[in-house]
Design a protein around this ligand. Sequence first.
Ligand SMILES: Cc1cc2nc3c(=O)[nH]c(=O)nc-3n(C[C@H](O)[C@H](O)[C@H](O)COP(=O)(O)O)c2cc1C
Ligand code: SF4
Ligand code: SF4
Length: 257
Amino acid sequence: MNKFFYFTGSGNSLYIAKQIAEKIGDFEIIKVTSKLDFNKSIECDILGFIFPIYSWGMPVVFKEFVKQIQINKADYVFVITNYAGNCGSALRSFQKEMIKKNIEINAFGEVVMPSNYLVMGNAHPKEEAAQIIQKAKPIIDDYAQNIYDRKPVPMKKVKFAGKFLSAIVYPLFARNVKKTDKSFFFSDNCNGCGICVKVCPVENIILNENKQPIWQHHCEQCHACIHWCPQRAIEFSKKTQQKNRYTHPEIKMSELY
Ligand SMILES: Cc1cc2nc3c(=O)[nH]c(=O)nc-3n(C[C@H](O)[C@H](O)[C@H](O)COP(=O)(O)O)c2cc1C
Ligand code: SF4
Ligand code: SF4
């Protein structure tokens, strides 16, 4: 059995996990959420990790998961990250966690995917996102073939700017991320459907007695709530009102919960 662990907000990482899993076969795709048992020990043939870049590093809950898991048996290990522009030294940071467990990583991958980041930038509009996904497909296929053949794929060299951003900006992000949800609010468009509650990977949203979302201050900033809300009712301070919403076109909302 092959096991692939992923984290996602808007579906890009799940899409990559599924593409690779379909090529490899005999798989279990597991979403990293706060409900997952981080202390469970893993035994499998091919073990894979797929995660998006947040602030030039790993999503905080994903990093916590990687630190805590025990790997009893894995014949071949790969990690693939995806991002919109620059992944910094996140793969190196992932590798350091594996070295602590005496686990060798056989293949490292990185794929440029559409941006879902709204706070300081914007998500790609539909047509641009579709082009980026088209470009990514052969890259993902190549990784899948290498993994299928159990070939080694080395980590790409990280440029100075990426190293700097990972070393300086990521720790600030990681320290403050949980409470950043204080800037989320909902508009009159909210109809109380509860989808934001379901798609949140860390149970950070509850609905009050009036069926209004309340954020619980252990946020990961994955942006799932804001992008998947069918009413476009969620905003983040004054930074998102005029901005795009993005979810991977081949991922269904129901696949996230
Ligand atoms: C909070 C946050 C921070 C991000 N930081 C970066 C970054 O530092 N570099 C980058 O290239 N993309 C960054 N992105 C973009 C995502 O990594 C990218 O869109 C990714 O493909 C999303 O994957 P997902 O759909 O699986 O969530 C960021 C996105 C979010 C939500
Ligand atoms: S998903 Fe949107 S409409 Fe539904 S409860 Fe959440 S904020 Fe309201
Ligand atoms: S509250 Fe929204 S941004 Fe924060 S972790 Fe949950 S879904 Fe992601």
